[in-house]
Design a protein around this ligand. Sequence first.
Ligand SMILES: C[S@@+](CC[C@H](N)C(=O)[O-])C[C@H]1O[C@@H](n2cnc3c(N)ncnc32)[C@H](O)[C@@H]1O
Length: 241
Amino acid sequence: MINKIKVNAFAKNLVILSKPHILFGFAEKPFKFIANTISLSRWISNQDKIEFNDYFTFKRNHSKRYELYQFIHSKFNLEFKDINYYEFGVSGGDSFKWWVNNIKNENSRFFGFDTFEGLPENWGFFKKGDMANLIPTIDDNRTTFVKGLFQETLFDFIDNNNFDKSKPKIIHLDADIFSATLFVLTSIAKHLNKGDILFFDEYNVPNHEYSAFKIFRESFYIDFELIGAVNNYYQVAFMVK
Ligand SMILES: C[S@@+](CC[C@H](N)C(=O)[O-])C[C@H]1O[C@@H](n2cnc3c(N)ncnc32)[C@H](O)[C@@H]1O
């Protein structure tokens, strides 16, 4: 055992000394993408049959996400339930407005977080600053928008007890990028309860929402159940078990 540890340490030191990034640095990004794609593919293959899932479809259509919302809304009788809805990544407010319009309970609250100055980093074909939008105007006093980077606003928001642990929650992760998704998940982890529902809007992007949620689950040992998916797992809903 001791010898094995020594050989292992020696080999590691050799690798570090040889500065592998000089020769193999070009492979870092593609290998990461390949590894995450393999992981995503395995995850998809391991999914049990669920009631609401269009896998596999050749017709990707972003509007199908409203069918997913409607399915979850009906399944859990959400129309008159007192819930809190938190959306991370609001932009023009399309998905946010759907939830405000479809939850009628007057005690429900809707919180939307965004820089409203667009993405803080490049994301695929999108550049930093893309998706900038004015804060949506919604004539409903149950809604609150929190402007700024999640990394700069969420801790204060939580410290002010705005993450009500006593209420059922719907949390919508639609920031697209890995860092934002992982930051939000880890920040809200201890406020999650059994039965809370999480939506992702770009789940099957291997290096971003998929990877962030995988790392989160593996690090926090929180179990989730997949309860709906559309567009080959592009938009998904999970429930905390
Ligand atoms: C795809 S858009 C949201 C779309 C919206 N949910 C809809 O349905 O129309 C992604 C948004 O996430 C926001 N975003 C990404 N990372 C963020 C971060 N770290 N802090 C705050 N906002 C962020 C961007 O500003 C962008 O407006």
